[in-house]
Ligand binder design. Structure first.
Ligand SMILES: [Zn+2]
Ligand SMILES: [Zn+2]
Length: 101
């Protein structure tokens, strides 16, 4: 049976360690890129964040999940992206109108 490890990710979507359980020596309590505290579990339901698939020989890059698969809440990095998108939409109201619309 395929099993997933636990991922350690910072609120800015930087992956600190995608195999938190199997390779604890790579764990980082704080993000090396932005200095924010990393999390390994959902802030809402406290279930572990799914990390890399164990025994997978794939070297493909690990992509942090957007939503918690246990409670459906957005993770902090998704929430920040949504806020940024709203901000962008708000600012674009002041941009010149495109004549095609
Ligand atoms: Zn970071
Ligand atoms: Zn959750």
């Amino acid at each position: 049976m395929a099993e997933y490890d636990v991922a350690q990710i910072c609120p800015n979507r930087h992956v600190a360690n995608d195999m938190h359980i199997d390779f604890p020596e790579f764990n980082k309590d704080f993000c090396e890129k932005c200095g924010e505290k990393t999390i390994t579990q959902c802030p809402s339901c406290e279930k572990p964040i799914r990390g890399r698939l164990r025994e997978s020989m794939s070297l493909s890059k690990f992509e942090p999940p957007a939503f918690c698969r246990f409670c459906g809440k957005v993770f902090p990095w998704t929430e920040r992206k949504i806020i940024a998108a709203f901000e962008l939409a708000r600012l674009s109201q002041f941009a010149p109108k495109n004549s095609y619309f």
